[in-house]
Design a protein around this ligand. Structure first.
Ligand code: XIL
Length: 367
């Protein structure tokens, strides 16, 4: 029932979209018809997705998506040239006990990526969230905590040396006001200088990986973006191996279009850094019945396009990743009550207007 309702809505939305596109191109039947996102993208831009598993998936009534959903794996291989483990490289997952690592699921993603000609974005090394209980609740001296982080980085980054395109070394280190987050155990206990150390250790463990700062809420200028710019300038001045700045781009239609993102990315490009979009999704308030309206789908498509256009317009924006490609596995309904439908495909992998707009924009990109 849902599928057919959605199919009707998708057709209506395509019609609605023609209104906002400058040229009334046929969204589905341009020269990219039948092609994948990765096949039409400019050569210097990786098109990525989160690879579903771990985290909220563990509480859902389905088996591990990446391992068991064959149609899912097919779309993953066909459409994308980059893969980001959604949870499988986070501390709580890959380092569940102090003296035990769980590499199996991350290894499987890295292997799949190799077989399918995909880059991998490593996520993440220094974060306040999804850390294991042994770390959060342990009592360690400062020297111990420092060596725990250092060993973790050398072990995890070292294991995948030469196989990771980009690492989100530091994730969400600032709050909205641009202050260092005190929830981050390493920052709280060891001071903000630990951020520079994390970059240095990651670089020693894999000198070819591009090392990134990554956060949400940096799609518009403000205190958080200012704090990242100041940090980036400082790290570069101290010759710390920082290579990029990334906007997660978890967007909600409640807060308006991301029309200042290009300017934000440009500020970091101007510092000589690479930039990336790492976790794009666009959630909306679902009408009763759960099916988005044609207008909502058109607005969603326009947000996706604005983010892609921002990346395409900035010289060294080299990686564009969406946080999952199907609503079937999206984190959004689990974390944002009453919001959903945030990805570019329905549960059955049917394509929404946002998918076609991304593909047409990639196909038409000049750079
Ligand atoms: C989310 C995952 O999608 C969920 O499966 C998990 O339960 C919680 O984390 N910022 C990040 C991502 O950097 O790692 C988060 O991923 C979403 C917000």
């Amino acid at each position: 029932m849902l599928t057919s309702a959605r199919a009707v809505v998708a057709v209506l939305a395509t019609t609605a979209m023609l209104g906002y596109l400058a040229q009334p191109v046929q969204a589905h039947s341009g020269h990219s018809h039948g092609k994948s996102l990765r096949s039409v993208a400019p050569r210097d831009l990786r098109i990525g997705t989160a690879v579903a598993g771990g985290g909220h998936h563990l509480e859902q009534p389905y088996p591990d998506p990446f391992t068991y959903d064959r149609p899912y794996r097919k779309v993953l291989a066909k459409e994308f040239s980059s893969a980001s483990p959604e949870n499988q490289m986070k501390w709580e997952f890959i380092h569940p006990e102090r003296h035990r690592y769980n590499f199996g699921p991350a290894d499987a993603i890295v292997k799949f990526a190799r077989e399918n000609g995909q880059a991998v974005r490593g996520h993440t090394l220094l974060w306040h969230s999804q850390n294991p209980a042994w770390l959060n609740e342990g009592t360690f001296t400062k020297a111990e905590l420092r060596s725990i982080l250092k060993n973790h980085i050398f072990t995890v980054v070292g294991r995948y040396k030469g196989k990771i395109h980009q690492w989100d070394v530091a994730n969400e280190v600032f709050n909205e006001n641009g202050e260092y987050r005190q929830e981050n155990i390493f920052i709280r206990e060891l001071g903000p200088g630990i951020v520079a150390d994390a970059f240095r250790w990651a670089h020693q463990a894999d000198p070819r990986a591009q090392l990134f700062l990554n956060d949400y809420g940096v799609e518009w200028p403000g205190g958080k973006v200012d704090a990242y710019e100041a940090l980036a300038r400082q790290l570069l001045a101290e010759r710390v191996p920082l290579h990029g700045f990334a906007s997660q781009a978890h967007l909600s239609m409640r807060y308006g279009a991301p029309d200042q993102l290009r300017g934000v990315l440009q500020r970091f490009d101007d510092l000589g850094l690479k930039t990336a979009i790492t976790e794009l999704d666009v959630r909306m308030d679902l009408p009763s019945g759960g099916v988005p309206t044609a207008e909502q789908l058109a607005t969603q498509a326009s947000y996706y396009k604005t983010v892609l256009d921002a990346c395409l317009a900035v010289d060294d924006c080299n990686s564009f990743t969406i946080w999952g490609f199907t609503d079937k596995y999206s984190w959004v309904p689990v974390f944002f009550p009453a919001e959903g439908a945030a990805t570019v495909m329905w549960d059955d992998f049917g394509k929404k207007p946002a998918y076609y707009v991304l593909r047409d924009t990639l196909a038409g990109a000049r750079r």
